[in-house]
Design a protein around this ligand. Structure first.
Ligand code: NAG
Ligand code: NAG
Ligand code: NAG
Ligand code: NAG
Length: 303
């Protein structure tokens, strides 16, 4: 029982020291997010009589010997200062204490650029490339998220929360891509976004790069690569469709089992009359070539 009482009293006393040491200074607001060149004002208020109340800061320093509240006020904040400190000197203990202002001075980047790091011109499907996003003159970098987009889809983001400088810096991010033919004609963008918490501007300020157009080269391929059999109908037109996908756009050539037959270099052969036989079409581009066969039969042959 005695033990319990002692413990209880000790607890109470711990509580009284915590209360006694409380600073009695309150900053309103306690955290401010200011854009470079914007005005700012914060009030420091004391909850008990003060001898001196003031702001210690490289800019906007102020103090008072009567008032219970002192403003830290700057019309256009352009100095990358550390946290301003409000201090109070009191008649009773604790005689002196201070409160640091949580100040975030931010600046959106001068530029956000995207480029292909070690490459120019069209890319080759299946090869790895580096895309580089470069952000100039941003602060504070620890609130920056660099987001990578392919079309409208976010593909990667890069955070810089482990960095500490308060002054503007240059940062970059690298995205490794291995494009496929589906990437041909796609656009990549990167977005630099400053998320500075509930006290910051909403929505978060962001700067988007110009798009990077990606063109991807890949060899021709056919939707249906198997040989096709075409029956000669009487009077109706025959269509031999050799259209292939490929980049750059494939060129076409046709060969017939009858060397006498002359044919145009088009992807689709439309004719009301073709000799029975085998027709081979070849689609080619700088990446490779593919062939496809069409077997033309008279209708009776099929029966
Ligand atoms: C670009 O750089 C990356 C990493 O160094 C490398 O893997 C890739 O092969 C390079 N791409 C080209 C086209 O040189
Ligand atoms: C960053 O990407 C992760 C997953 O890769 C996602 O969970 C997170 O929401 C993204 N962050 C932002 C700020 O978009
Ligand atoms: C990128 O593609 C878009 C639309 O496809 C086009 O308007 C724009 O001019 C292209 N930009 C460059 C640099 O080729
Ligand atoms: C040929 O086939 C392609 C798809 O492989 C199709 O888009 C195109 O419309 C066809 N052309 C003709 C004339 O049938």
């Amino acid at each position: 029982m005695e033990n319990y009482l002692v413990k209880w009293i000790l607890k109470l006393c711990m509580l009284c020291t915590v209360l006694g040491e409380e600073c009695s200074l309150e900053l309103k607001p306690s955290r401010v997010v200011v854009g470079f060149g914007e005005p700012v004002s914060v009030s420091c208020e004391a909850s008990r009589p003060v001898r001196v109340l003031g702001w210690d800061s490289a800019i906007g320093a102020a103090n008072s010997q009567q008032d219970r509240a002192v403003q830290w006020k700057v019309d256009s904040l352009i100095d990358w200062i550390e946290e301003p400190i409000c201090y109070g000197v009191f008649f009773t203990a604790p005689r002196q204490c201070e409160e640091k202002l949580n100040l975030v001075l931010y600046k959106t980047p001068d530029s956000v650029t995207i480029s292909s790091a070690n490459h120019t011109g069209p890319m080759v499907a299946g090869t790895e490339y580096q895309l580089l996003c470069d952000v100039q003159n941003i602060a504070p970098v620890q609130y920056l998220t660099l987001k990578w987009y392919r079309g409208n889809a976010e593909v990667y983001n890069h955070s810089f929360s482990d960095l500490t400088p308060v002054t503007p810096v240059q940062v970059s991010s690298i995205l490794l891509i291995t494009p496929t033919q589906a990437d041909d004609g796609s656009q990549y963008r990167c977005v630099a976004q400053l998320d500075m918490g509930p006290e910051g501007p909403q929505p978060s300020p962001s700067v988007t790069s110009e798009p990077l157009n990606v063109s991807v080269h890949y060899p021709p391929s056919f939707l249906s690569p198997d040989a096709e059999t075409v029956d000669m109908g009487s009077g109706s037109e025959m269509t031999l469709n050799c259209t292939a996908t490929g980049s750059p756009a494939p060129l076409y050539s046709w060969q017939s089992s009858d060397p006498q037959e002359k044919m145009e270099d088009t992807p689709v052969l439309i004719s009301s009359y073709l000799l029975p036989g085998t027709y081979t079409c070849t689609a080619s581009n700088t990446m490779g070539k593919k062939s496809k066969q069409f077997i033309v039969k008279t209708k009776s042959e099929g029966l």
